[in-house]
Design a protein around this ligand. Structure first.
Ligand code: AMP
Length: 113
């Protein structure tokens, strides 16, 4: 598998504005923010999309949610926020290395477009 865009960011071959990292995930600002706060939580493991998850990835997915909730607290998103994971083309996925969007700082609408 060739390196994804996000693997290149994780390996510091491409620039990004990091806000968090640990041994399993990194988080950085989205280049085209859709809300006042728009951060991507990305596993170091390059998994193309949610369809590719294995049972062994279960804890990693939970860790991504936990990190997102910690970041939301740090960023004082006290009135709420949204976590989004897009899967494949119809789900709106454009970068094929799974990631979670943390969006906040404005009123969200439902249903999403
Ligand atoms: P998705 O459409 O769910 O696959 O989300 C991919 C996200 O990656 C989009 O919100 C893009 O704006 C964002 N993105 C693409 N390239 C970069 C980059 N170089 N640095 C940070 N975010 C990026």
């Amino acid at each position: 598998m060739s390196d994804s865009l996000f693997t290149k960011i994780i390996q510091r071959e491409l620039d990004a504005e990091f806000v968090y990292e640990d041994d399993r995930v990194v988080a950085f600002h989205d280049i085209a923010p859709q809300a006042p706060v728009h951060i991507l939580i990305v596993p170091r493991k390059q998994i193309p999309m949610l369809d590719d998850l294995n049972e062994e990835d279960e804890a990693l997915m939970g860790h991504m949610v936990y990190v997102a909730s910690k970041l939301a607290r740090t960023l004082k998103l006290d009135h709420g926020y949204r976590l989004v994971m897009n899967c494949n083309h119809q789900g709106g996925q454009t970068v094929f290395h799974i990631h979670m969007h943390l969006l906040g700082g404005r009123q969200m609408q439902w249903p999403p477009g």
